[in-house]
Design a protein around this ligand. Structure first.
Ligand code: GLA
Length: 332
């Protein structure tokens, strides 16, 4: 019987990013938080190569054999932790492909279930490394919240020095995440191209998270300059949002959220016409203070903030989000 006992159950939330989009790989600042929806991974001792089953997509895989794409994450986690035998069952209630960072939630849960580090900085680094096997050169935004968030708080993450601090969210702030209906896969989106443009700007003016708008006038390539302008302005909006949250000025936070959307649409060009239209509709809801595209873009979710729970058209998939806790090992 002993061999069939669950030896470790890990859970990891999804993430909502309040503000600070497409800045993590540019040494910027962002304000993500953890959702109460998440992914659980249960490791059970068993002999033979690690076998993994996921109810999220009904797929399964075995270490060392061809399998679903997410086996790349499992392989990396198994190698890193030395847990190469046993059984791993993955389950959860976080929607996939929606911009709620289901991939990072999966990676963190798997790394923890296989015996990965509990220390936050080490877990963030390890989960990020394992997720790179999925093929998108993502930054560390999602890991910061999924690993380190605390209930009722957002995480102010500074990607220039890897530091973070908790930012309490006013209880009167209501968050709704609304699916645009456009499925997106980061690996097939121009995410890597955007990142390359940002890196081109950084070669000219240094870390964008520390740059000023004035410095950007020296960038000759108009497209690269606009991409950089988004990053620099978005970081300033993050700083302003922290101030306004502390003062309970939710209307001001909402304006920053709307400005973030405009910048993602016009300067960073990661929105889509149907997302812009939905953003306008959500802005019209009673109590709505600000709406923006959230996550990598090209589909996925919008974030709407309000001074009361927002009543979203029931034909759209939507979630009312309370800022929750980061990942944990729940059973041993
Ligand atoms: C995705 C990536 C993050 C971040 C966002 C955009 O969610 O996983 O690292 O770059 O896009 O802010």
């Amino acid at each position: 019987m002993l061999a069939a006992m669950a030896s470790r159950i890990a859970w990891a939330p999804g993430r909502v990013n309040l503000i600070g989009e497409h800045v993590d790989y540019a040494h910027g600042r962002a304000l993500p938080l953890a959702t109460s929806l998440g992914t659980s991974a249960t490791f059970t001792n068993a002999s033979g190569p690690l076998r993994v089953r996921s109810t999220l997509d009904g797929a399964q895989g075995t270490l060392g054999e061809p399998g679903p794409a997410w086996m790349a994450v499992v392989e990396a986690a198994a190698m890193a932790t030395g847990t190469t035998e046993g059984r791993l069952d993955v389950d959860g209630d976080l929607p996939t492909g929606a911009g709620l960072s289901s991939s990072t939630s999966f990676s963190v849960a798997v790394v923890l279930a296989l015996g990965g580090p509990l220390d936050h900085d080490r877990l963030i680094a390890e989960a990020w490394r394992c997720e790179q096997g999925l093929g998108t050169p993502t930054g560390l935004l999602d890991q910061q919240a999924i690993v380190a968030a605390r209930p009722g708080m957002a995480v102010l993450a500074d990607f220039a020095d890897g530091s973070r601090r908790d930012v309490p969210l006013p209880s009167g702030l209501h968050l709704a995440v609304v699916h645009s209906g456009v499925e997106r896969q980061l690996a097939s989106s121009p995410y890597a191209q955007r990142r390359a443009q940002v890196e081109a700007a950084e070669r000219l003016v240094g870390p964008l998270g520390r740059a000023t708008l004035e410095q950007l006038s020296g960038i000759e390539d108009e497209l690269v300059r606009r991409r950089a302008r988004h990053v620099v302005a978005e970081c300033a909006r993050v700083d302003a949002a922290v101030e306004h949250l502390a003062a309970g000025e939710l209307v001001e936070v909402g304006k920053l959220i709307d400005e973030s959307h405009a910048s993602l649409r016009d300067d960073f060009e990661v929105s889509l016409p149907e997302i812009d239209q939905l953003a306008d509709e959500l802005r019209g809801l009673p109590g709505s203070l600000g709406v923006r595209l959230m996550g990598g873009g090209f589909g996925g979710c919008l974030l709407a903030i309000g001074d009361r729970p927002l009543v979203v058209d029931p034909r759209l998939a939507s979630w009312q989000v309370r800022p929750g806790a980061g990942a944990e090992v729940r059973g041993a």
